[in-house]
Write a protein that binds this ligand. Sequence first.
Ligand SMILES: Cc1ncc(COP(=O)(O)O)c(C=O)c1O
Length: 396
Amino acid sequence: MSLTRRRWLEDAFGVPRDGGWIAARGREAWRAGDVAAAQAAASPAARRIRISSNENPLGPGAHVISAITGAFGDASRYPPNATRREGTLIAALAKTYGASDAHVTLGAGSGELLANAVRAFTSPSRPLVTAWPSFEAPKETALKIGTPVREVGFDAGLKIDLAKMAEAAKGAGLVFFCNPNNPTATVHGKTAVVDLVKAVRQASPDTVILLDEAYHDYVTDPAYETAVPLALSTPNVFVARTFSKAHGMAGLRAGYAIGDPRAIAALAAYKMPNGLGTLTLAAAEASLANTAHIAAERARNTEVRAFTVKAFADLGVSGTDSQSNFLFLNIKRPAAAFRDACRAAGVFVGRDFPPFEMQYCRVSIGTQDEMTRAVAVFRTVLGGATTTSRQQQGGR
Ligand SMILES: Cc1ncc(COP(=O)(O)O)c(C=O)c1O
């Protein structure tokens, strides 16, 4: 691999050039007697802190790991021949939401569903509407297939401008609304979401609306509620969810879309057959069933998020009202310089998010121990810098 590409990977995903990472912290020795795992846990690589990709630092719970090991007998089988099939997970999801199987489809991560939604509902004459910056997959797919993109900005608190979004929807194929939004971490409450959907449907009844709730489990704002019931009762509306965040399964690749059956059927037509493996299906089903584990993960994240927000405030740095497992912080200097300095000390923070990259950086929430150590690095890095007038203007 070329040095430039390695450097790009490192910037984009926090991938170190010289070694791996530890996941499922505290359960490194779950393979009994695995000396390599125990050594890896004690290695310098394990001391690195990756808070760049909004992952759950603990990984999946013990119940999920035991579901995966229990499903190993099916590892040689194609999913339709296994005990846990895609249909089994679809039925479990439908039951969870009081819906029917026709309301649900799966993806190898919700990223697949986002990309396929752009393929299914947009065209060169039916644009994509998205906030920008937001999660990149829809815009990247649109650019690949020649779909025009209408970008929508933010209000003063970096919440998506919903009036502008509804205005831009006229004649669009798809509105992508990420709530909470990545990278700004802000969320809109239930009333605002209902009003947005109403306004889009009035202005443009044929436009499909995709509400991305990847970070749903981390929201603590009482005004917020999931849009799943709205999607189940409104034509052309569906919600995308993932097992990659609070469920801790980003490496296993599972996500789902739920909502209007006609939109779901059109989306499912683009699905990769057997895209979810037998072990992933078993893991997702076990994770879905254990709501107490997800509640505990939300409580853990809320506590460590509050600690990190306060630590940055003590350093004179504030950010948006985070309703997620990451912070979007006005560090008053280029994210690249901050990122490089943190990386030199073993702390990997988020990539650039134009047009905010000259002032803002995204920092994911790790474990309490990781954030305590990361804050010591932030204190050193931020303590020594000054802000130029160019940086204050955001460089654009
Ligand atoms: C808002 C949002 N949606 C979707 C995804 C895709 O996640 P996955 O494909 O792992 O389900 C991400 C990943 O970070 C995200 O931030």
